[in-house]
Write a protein that binds this ligand. Structure first.
Ligand code: IPT
Length: 961
């Protein structure tokens, strides 16, 4: 006998629902949103309660209230749980645990007084995780699975003018959970809209807008296939044709750069449906993905739906904010990892212009633990569920011009079910391409896709040297995931971009991922895996986005924007021909795929020692996509004394739908005259007395040689060698990485607990020399470190010489000095790279100039605290009454806690300011890479232990901080 809850563990997608169809908002048919406050009861198991609550007259007055859309675990009932790929329950498909949190949702509603009495009605659920059973007015409508997909029921015959009772029972776990093992929080609930749609007699049911573009003729062909015959009108194009008829007219095409939409109407006998039509043609031709006859380059991101308080229940404003932020950061593509997004998001992509890889709600990653045995995608009992998912995605989203690629899902291994999905999709929609990364041989797909391939492999693929089956060798390549943006990083984006732009076959990639899924939390600021007591979890691996959870752009996003900017500047001659010469012209390459440069205004400015002394407009001739033009710079204005440079910028020439006029799009800097050498005469002699040594403005402890003060500035922690950094997520690497993970090696070696042995304090004629050996307990290796202090009487110069001893097989995290200043030090000014942080392989967006910040403002709030905040190429900095000049330039960071505290902290709230500001002046930093789920830094960004010498010149600033 079938028990009342058998459907929960049934592999079938559901019963009682209507066939999938296009998602649209009618112009004239009534609709009623059932979002809002519902009654809610949570049970510990699927069968704890009978269905009496769905019947008439049930009194739910004592139940809790819950917001729909929403997740109950984010509204005080139970708790969220995070795992990457492990199923958080025993794997025994399709069985799920007895402990199956089940939320009964109840909503009473009246029909609006003007609700038409004729026709039918449909009840639509846009997203429920993971399995729902639905009753209306006591009638069991059926049940469904497929969390991020729409499900509809015909309900017209059941509606009453007043007192309708809608009851929805939602189970957290179901057979469907086996298909939804995406790397994210497990968040049950009715998390997308619930809507009642009036369906008048003669209404449109489903329709398919086919709108292609012939770039040779400049013409678009429109054909709307509709289940219910009607007329299609597009006033701006003079189109008025019956459904099913094809019409060709001159049009402006739709692209992500030129998102031209034509408003149209599909009118059936019973309703009018607004259409937003974009004409474009997507093909693979000569091994390249072409849209409207041109190969495109994806500058993409992977986007999960995320809001730190609402989880995956996103409001329209948040969706718009995502698209605006993407557009403003030069991003042109989004992969909807790993499920179809709320449909309103795709409307925004149509309207504002983004290429979309629409991915099906499918991942079975946890089966990797058993070598993919019993994987549902290779078990035909599950195939109907897979086909149901494919159809629900394609039918819902098929009328969006932004969707250019369908993706079968993510990390689901391989199997017949996937092939069946691909076959069905190809048959239903031949106008788009099919993607699936797991199909390494491209048997079912139209492009070769990989994730986290190392640079060298991407290069090989670009050169066509990767071998593989013939079909694959003829296909274009994309990196559907790369640049793992967890914590500080990702490093190496610029090096990837160079490969994308070098090899035609490599058509770009999608950074993993858009936003950190941190949960807003009273205890921790933002919570991550483990913070809710999960027995199985993957920690902060859920925080690996280019945005912090509150949608503040991280330095990674700023870097990405620079790396993918659609205009490239090159100086001519490329390097200053002679000291002080500088370039005469700038070559400007239009790196757009479709736009010319007329939407941009260009300007130049000229800086002396980082201060802009002159600026002006730069007239740039029209350049077609891919073309370059050369533009003459004016005569260098004014002085060439000091360090001088040009800055050129491209800004939006007028307001667009996604950013105002003046929004910066691209920039570059070209040196004219180099920084003059830093000279500090020697001469002042060290003097001993009273337990002190004085040298110029410096006062030292005579016994230890430790610096105590510079003039009136007290040094609360004397400068000494520092080679440790609080390992970043990318330093630590992913547990499954077979490559060396340096973050762990550093710790094993003891770089976080270096001892400083004092060997001698020597005063000479014009120098104080302090010899030390810096080394960790238990090891024979070390760094012979000599501090040599000299002065001209006013300034104090420290030269640090470092000589590695023993066998160093690991790179150093950093190489520099650290010292402490009074906590009153707050204002920081510097001439160097800014405004944000930079590391050797994340420094593209670091702009040379004069910058100001507070110490707190220097910190980058990575959700799990780690090394952050370095500013590159610093010539001089002022902090706490000290001026520090670097010879050569240095990396500057400063914080109100030590690097050891930073390392120990698990959440931002663990960082408690002390009464010292700790300043690091680094000669070098090790690269960042993206080993938290990808390759480490490229060899050229390694900081190998090698003999080094570097200096800093200290003096008091005129003004005390
Ligand atoms: C890859 C997944 O596709 C993605 O969902 C996410 O988990 C990402 O990694 C890491 O954050 S899978 C990985 C094993 C390469």
């Amino acid at each position: 006998m079938r028990a009342a809850t058998d459907y929960v563990e049934d592999v079938a997608p559901g019963s009682g629902t209507l066939p999938p169809r296009a998602w649209y908002a009618s112009s004239d048919a009534a609709s009623l949103s059932l979002n809002g406050s519902w009654r809610f009861r949570l049970s510990p198991t699927a069968d704890a309660e009978d269905d009496a609550f769905a019947g008439p007259g049930f009194d739910a007055g004592h139940w809790a209230r819950i917001s729909v859309p929403g997740h109950w675990v984010l509204q005080g009932h139970g708790a969220p749980a995070y795992t990457n790929h492990l199923y958080p329950f025993p794997v025994d498909p399709p069985r799920v645990p007895t402990e199956n949190p089940t939320g009964d949702h109840l909503r009473l509603f009246d029909l609006p007084s003007d609700w038409p009495s004729d026709g039918g009605a449909v009840l639509r659920f846009d997203g429920v995780e993971s399995c729902a059973r639905v009753w209306l007015n006591g009638t069991d409508l059926g049940e469904f699975k497929g969390s991020r997909l729409p499900h509809e029921f015909a309900v017209g015959h059941l509606l009453r003018p007043e007192g309708n009772v809608l009851a929805v029972r939602v189970h957290q776990w179901s057979a469907g959970s086996y298909l939804e093992d995406q790397d994210q929080w497990w968040l049950p609930g009715i998390f997308r809209d619930v809507t009642l749609l009036h369906r008048p007699a003669g209404c449109a049911l489903d329709f398919f807008v086919h709108a292609s573009y012939d770039h040779t003729a400049g013409a678009g062909t429109l054909k709307v296939d509709s289940d219910v015959a009607g007329r299609v009108t597009v006033p701006a194009l003079g189109i008025d044709v019956p459904t099913g008829a094809s019409v060709t007219v001159p049009v402006e095409p739709w692209t992500a750069e030129t998102p031209r939409l034509y408003d149209g109407v599909l009118a059936t006998e019973g309703e009018r449906v607004p259409l937003r039509i974009g004409f474009r043609t997507v093909v693979v031709e000569d091994g390249l993905i072409e849209v409207n006859g041109r190969a495109i380059l994806f500058k993409g991101v992977n986007r999960h739906e995320w809001h730190p308080e609402q989880g995956r229940a996103l409001d329209r404003e948040t969706m718009r904010e995502d698209v605006l932020l993407m557009k403003r950061h030069n991003i042109n593509a989004v992969r909807t990892s790993h499920y179809p997004p709320h449909p309103a998001f795709l409307d925004l992509c149509d309207e504002l212009g983004l290429w979309v890889i629409d991915e099906c709600d499918l991942e079975t990653h946890g089966f990797v633990e058993q070598s993919w045995r019993d994987n549902p995608v290779d078990d035909e009992r599950w195939t109907p569920a897979l086909l149901d998912r494919a159809a629900r995605m394609v039918e819902r989203d098929k009328n969006h011009p932004s969707v250019v690629v369908w993706s079968l899902g993510n990390e689901a291994g391989t199997g017949r079910g996937l092939t069946a999905m691909a076959e069905w999709i190809h048959g239903r929609d031949s106008s788009r391409l099919v993607h699936y990364e797991g199909d390494r041989d491209c048997r079912d797909t139209d492009m070769y896709s990989r994730m986290y391939a190392v640079h060298e492999e991407v290069d090989r693929i670009g050169r066509g040297l990767d071998g593989g089956p013939l079909k694959r060798r003829r296909l274009p390549f994309v990196l559907c995931e790369y640049g793992h943006a967890m914590g500080n990083g990702p490093g190496g984006l610029a090096d990837y971009q160079r490969l994308f732009e070098t090899h035609d076959r490599v058509q770009g990639g999608f950074v993993w991922e858009w936003i950190d899924h941190g949960v807003k939390d009273e205890r921790h600021g933002f919570a991550y895996g483990g913070d809710f007591g999960e027995e199985l979890h993957d920690g902060n691996f859920v925080c690996d986005g280019l945005l912090f959870p509150d949608r503040t752009p991280s330095p990674g996003l700023v870097e990405y924007k620079k790396v993918i900017e659609p205009v490239r500047f090159e100086a001519r001659p490329p390097a200053p021909a002679e000291y002080g010469a500088g370039p005469g012209t700038v070559r400007i390459r239009n790196a757009h795929d479709f736009l010319d440069l007329t939407a941009l205004a260009f300007e130049w400015s000229y800086q002396v020692d980082g201060e802009t002394v002159a600026s002006g407009g730069l007239p740039v001739p029209r350049a077609a996509p891919g073309e370059s033009v050369e533009v003459k710079l004016p005569e260098p204005p004014g002085t060439r004394d000091g360090e001088t440079q040009w800055t050129v910028r491209a800004l939006l020439a007028s307001d667009t739908a996604w950013a105002p006029k003046g929004h910066p799009v691209a920039w570059a800097q070209f040196p004219v005259s180099a920084r003059p050498p830093l000279r500090v005469a020697r001469g002042a002699a060290p003097a001993r007395g009273d337990g002190r040594i004085t040298l110029g403005p410096g006062s030292f402890d005579a016994r230890t040689g430790a610096l105590l003060s510079i003039g009136a500035v007290e040094v609360t922690g004397p400068p000494r060698l520092d080679v440790w950094r609080a390992p970043t997520d990318n330093d630590d690497g992913a547990t499954w990485q077979s490559d060396v993970r340096y973050g762990l090696l550093w710790r094993t070696l003891g770089l976080q607990r270096m001892r400083h042995r004092l060997d001698s304090v020597e005063t000479g004629e014009d120098a104080l020399t302090v010899r030390t050996r810096v080394a960790p307990a238990g090891r024979e290796l070390g760094l012979a470190t000599v501090y040599r202090w000299t002065s001209d009487g006013e300034r104090l110069r420290l030269t640090v010489s470092v000589g590695p001893q023993g066998e160093w097989t690991v790179p150093l995290p950093r190489l520099g000095i650290r010292f402490g200043l009074s906590g009153a030090a707050d204002r920081v000014r510097w001439f160097g790279g800014g405004p944000g942080e930079a590391y050797p392989d994340t420094r593209s967006a670091s702009r040379l100039g004069r910058w100001e910040s507070t110490v707190d403002g220097l910190q980058t709030p990575y959700v799990r605290p780690q090394e952050n905040g370095a500013r590159a190429d610093v010539r001089w900095a002022e902090i706490g009454g000290l001026r520090i000049e670097g010879d050569p330039e240095f990396w500057l960071s400063g914080r109100r806690w030590t690097n050891e505290h930073l390392d120990a902290a698990r959440h931002l709230t663990d960082l408690i300011p002390g009464d010292t500001v700790w300043v690091n002046l680094d000669h070098a930093q090790h690269g960042i890479g993206s080993q938290s789920c990808g390759p480490g830094p490229l060899p050229r960004y390694f900081l190998w232990a090698a003999p080094a010498e570097f200096s800093f010149v200290f003096s008091e600033t005129a003004e005390r901080a």
